[in-house]
Design a protein around this ligand. Structure first.
Ligand SMILES: Nc1nc2c(c(=O)[nH]1)N[C@H]1C(S)=C(S)[C@@H](COP(=O)(O)O)O[C@H]1N2
Ligand SMILES: [Mo]
Length: 332
């Protein structure tokens, strides 16, 4: 009965976003009621994705993602439609064009997947993704994503707090930073074998320990209630919403607790343009363009949808204290 009712919502009358939000509400109600009424929805192509192809994953993962509860963070912005989130990407392992990742990332094999935990911690080793996810609570968070190239999106992620995972490895007092690495596999990631690449693979990123432990910092395994598509960094990617998008490293295979600030890919390739901190800051321009405003997707020729960029991407209340007394012009 309940299922019939939601399916009868006319999709011509509502935006894909409204359909999506409504579906999530319905699923939460169904789960809260203890009924497994949501089950028939799994596998069916959800209406909010329109004609975009939807990547599937192992059943255990899809089920965890479908069951994730929304944790409402105060984001009033309209969601960026699924087809834009999954077709306009930066993932240089697959090429430099925004359309390259969606075209070529099907060569990536995100399952099975292992993540190495290394460095200054009581427990280290290589762990199956499934075992790591068994230790954490999956939640849904709607975050703004602001690329350093001055475009942005609003994405409903499904993931867990990075800090919740890190604590379980008992980092020592020497653990001042956390370093991340993407998979290196040229047979799956075609641009890693390219002679024209400006990045020294594997792609690397890092956070200061307090940034990593901030409750806003997520490791995502899904978006729009579905398994993370390969082009968005399957099966596990970082999401740090107050920093430029390049910090949010994709397809992570290694997490290391370090004593020193770890080298990071864009900083290595152009140190005067991309810093370690990379906090969204409308007052500090990129050497070649202003960061005062951004193009919010979807954006077109006749409605470019340019909006003001907010300090810390609008997350200052949660994170400004991390940088008290720091010169953000120097530590860009
Ligand atoms: N491994 C890896 N991670 C990456 C990138 C990349 O090229 N390789 N690009 C970054 C950049 S510049 C951005 S803006 C975001 C884009 O994420 P999205 O494609 O899911 O929107 O991923 C980041 N993570
Ligand atoms: Mo980016």
């Amino acid at each position: 009965m309940l299922i019939k009712q939601t399916e009868s919502v006319s999709e011509n009358d509502v935006t894909p976003e409204a359909v999506y939000r409504d579906r999530r509400r319905f699923m939460r109600m169904a789960l809260a009621g203890g009924a497994l009424a949501a089950a028939p929805l799994a596998g069916a192509k959800p209406s909010f994705v329109a004609d975009a192809p939807v990547q599937t994953g192992p059943a255990w993962l899809s089920q965890r993602i479908e069951e994730a509860q929304a944790q409402q963070t105060p984001v009033e912005d309209k969601l960026t439609p699924y087809e834009h989130v999954t077709s306009y990407n930066n993932f240089y392992e697959f090429g430099y064009d925004k359309s390259d990742p969606a075209k070529h990332a099907s060569a990536l094999k995100p399952h099975p997947w292992k993540v190495e935990i290394a460095g200054h911690a009581e427990k280290t080793g290589r762990f199956n993704l499934e075992d790591l996810l068994g230790k954490v609570t999956l939640t849904e968070r709607v975050y703004r994503l602001r690329c350093v190239e001055a475009w942005s999106m609003v994405i409903p992620w499904v993931g867990f707090e990075l800090g919740e995972l890190l604590k379980q490895f008992q980092p020592s007092s020497k653990a001042k930073y956390v370093a991340f690495e993407t998979l290196y596999a040229p047979e799956q990631m075609r641009a890693q074998g390219s002679a024209f690449s400006t990045i020294d693979w594997p792609y690397r990123e890092g956070l200061r320990m307090d940034e990593a432990m901030n409750p806003l910092t997520l490791l995502a395994v899904g978006l729009y209630g579905k398994v993370l598509p390969n082009q968005n960094g399957a099966p596990l990617r970082l999401v740090v919403p107050w920093k430029y998008g390049f910090k949010s490293i994709k397809s992570i295979v290694k997490i290391e607790f370090t004593e020193k600030e770890p080298p990071t890919s864009w900083n290595i390739s152009a140190p005067n343009e991309y810093g370690f901190y990379a906090n969204v800051n409308p007052k500090v321009s990129h050497p070649r363009w202003s960061q005062a405003s951004e193009r919010r997707l979807p954006s077109g020729l006749f409605s470019p949808n340019i909006i003001d960029t907010q300090m810390f991407n609008g997350y200052g209340e949660q994170v400004a204290h991390l940088y008290k007394g720091m010169d953000l012009r120097k530590y860009y």
